[in-house]
Design a protein around this ligand. Structure first.
Ligand SMILES: NC(=O)c1ccc[n+]([C@@H]2O[C@H](COP(=O)([O-])OP(=O)(O)OC[C@H]3O[C@@H](n4cnc5c(N)ncnc54)[C@H](O)[C@@H]3O)[C@@H](O)[C@H]2O)c1
Ligand SMILES: O=c1ccn([C@@H]2O[C@H](COP(=O)(O)OP(=O)(O)O[C@H]3O[C@H](CO)[C@@H](O)[C@H](O)[C@H]3O)[C@@H](O)[C@H]2O)c(=O)[nH]1
Length: 459
């Protein structure tokens, strides 16, 4: 099938950057990214590129190069579906918050709405590409909706999961380890390969059946998250035995079978994907009565929750068993550096725990706004909005956030934190001045030399 126009439903962290990179490499294609969220589309169309809804290094340049040439952002979903030969679905698939599978299964209502929308509007044959992360065998449901329209339109469904990580999305898209395409129609797969092949070498484009492709995405995230939980589990043992987690990580990472990546001990993984996708994997395993398989993967989440909890407990214990009325400076709110995304960020849970203990928190993050921080806390529903407002102040200057604080809690590994004048921060803090470095970001001996009581993970 000759492809001249494509559209992507969902202008989020995946849809926006992915389509921008496809547009950059396929100037002959017209690409429209559509969304029901008018504010988000307006932000993608803002002439001030600093107002794009997503912060990703390198993204603004690509949007500048392609926008209104062959890349368009719109809320006119029906028109985009109608004119496109290929439609990507890149909407959110959060964990269900109601009904059967609550707290475990993926909520597929947005996916189903897209499928129904396509079924209603399409007048010509379409290739429908699952870009969202989906439970294995979702394509079956999409197929069923599309093939029961009563018309003679041909729909081909492909699974093309996205492996980009936030903060490095543009580089990951430009230089992917692999592009995975699952499908039943070789011709449909070829059409998508052709688009990627404009910048991704053929050898890196992997073709599988639909179900392998869907399941590979959940599996990749489960393996990655498992590595973080594994190193974090060992970090607790390090703290009690005198071993140092950085040294252990280096020592095991030099084994080529293990490899050095994803062995950074931390306050626990966050982000919109790992927890959601593992919970989904656990749910799927249980639904097939594979209880040992489900228990095995669930442990990754249990360990991650434990790591977040024990970080705040260690802080409270060290501050003489009470943080009530004490100012705690929080550096970083995003779930990792170089993104403004805060979904499932460990900072939210650590702060919530410290608020329960009546601490007064003062937060600074270079890319996250006060409104977002307050709404993340309010979303937990632990206490009233007023109480969250009273307990948490958000500063635009890190030195203000840390002034007169009893302790600093480092939540995100932003590079700028390393460059601060830590002597000045020490002078302006209450004594003894504590640092709880949830990212092992700072130099322990340097901090100790300044006078800090410095606590890192796994040391
Ligand atoms: N964020 C990541 O790093 C990442 C990486 C790989 C895969 N994924 C997966 O990709 C999918 C999208 O993730 P995201 O982070 O981009 O989500 P997101 O929440 O940032 O964006 C999803 C967008 O879809 C829109 N939307 C929802 N229903 C719609 C509908 N019926 N019509 C039009 N628009 C609709 C929402 O308004 C939202 O703007 C998820 O399945 C996620 O698991 C995410
Ligand atoms: O050694 C490590 C590596 C990561 N993390 C934490 O793990 C979380 C996730 O990090 P990362 O995987 O880099 O970011 P995501 O954007 O969540 O990307 C993951 O989730 C995406 C969504 O599915 C996938 O596409 C990516 O391949 C996968 O890496 C973050 O809180 C990190 O701080 C650690 O604590 N230690």
């Amino acid at each position: 099938m000759k492809i001249t126009k494509i559209c992507c439903i969902g202008a989020g962290y995946v849809g926006g950057p992915t389509m921008a990179v496809i547009a950059k490499n396929n100037p002959h294609l017209k690409i429209t990214v559509v969304d029901i969220n008018q504010d988000r589309i307006d932000a993608w169309n803002d002439s001030d590129l600093s107002k794009l809804p997503i912060y990703e290094p390198g993204l603004a340049d690509i949007v500048k190069e392609t926008r209104n040439k062959n890349l368009f952002f719109s809320t006119n979903i029906d028109a985009a579906i109608d004119e496109s030969e290929m439609i990507f679905i890149s909407v959110n698939t959060p964990t269900k918050t109601y009904g059967k599978g609550k707290g475990m299964a993926s909520d597929l209502k947005y996916i189903e709405l897209c499928a129904r929308n396509i079924a209603e509007v399409a007048k010509t044959d379409k290739i429908v590409v699952e870009k969202s992360t989906l439970p294995v065998r979702t394509a079956e449901a999409i197929k069923s909706i599309l093939h029961n329209t009563g018309s003679d339109i041909n729909f081909h469904i492909l699974s093309n999961p996205e492996f980009l990580a936030e903060g490095t999305a543009v580089q990951d898209l430009l230089h992917p380890d692999r592009v995975l395409i699952g499908g039943e129609s070789e011709a449909a797969i070829d059409s998508l390969v052709k688009i990627y092949n404009t910048w991704v070498p053929e050898a890196k484009i992997l073709r599988t059946n639909l179900w392998s492709s869907e399941l590979s995405k959940l599996t990749a995230n489960a393996f990655l998250a498992q590595r973080v939980s594994s190193i974090n589990a060992i970090s607790e043992l390090c703290e009690l035995t005198g071993a140092n987690i950085n040294e252990v990580a280096k020592a095991i990472g030099m084994d080529s079978r293990i490899g050095p990546k994803f062995l950074q001990a931390s306050i626990g993984f966050g982000g919109s994907c790992f927890q959601k996708d593992i919970l989904n994997l656990v749910y799927i395993a249980r639904s097939y009565n594979l209880n040992e398989v489900a228990d095995y993967w669930e442990q990754v989440i249990i360990m991650n929750d434990h790591q977040k909890r024990r970080f705040s407990e260690r802080l409270i214990k060290t501050l003489y068993d009470t943080v009530s009325g004490k100012k705690i400076g929080v550096l970083g709110w995003a779930f990792k550096k170089d993104t403004n995304d805060t979904r499932e960020s460990a900072a939210i849970y650590v702060t919530d725990h410290l608020l329960n203990e009546q601490a007064l928190l003062s937060v600074y993050d270079p890319k996250v706004s006060r409104v977002k921080i307050q709404s993340d806390l309010n979303y937990l529903n632990t206490r009233s909005e007023q109480e969250n407002n009273d307990g948490v102040t958000v500063e635009t200057c890190p030195y203000e956030a840390l002034k007169n604080a009893h302790a600093v809690a480092i939540m995100t590994e932003w590079d700028e934190f390393k460059t601060y004048d830590w002597k000045k921060i020490y002078t302006d803090m209450k004594k003894p001045a504590f640092i709880f470095d949830g990212r092992n970001l700072l130099d322990k001996s340097e901090m100790k030399a300044i006078g800090f009581d410095y606590y890192a993970i796994g040391q």
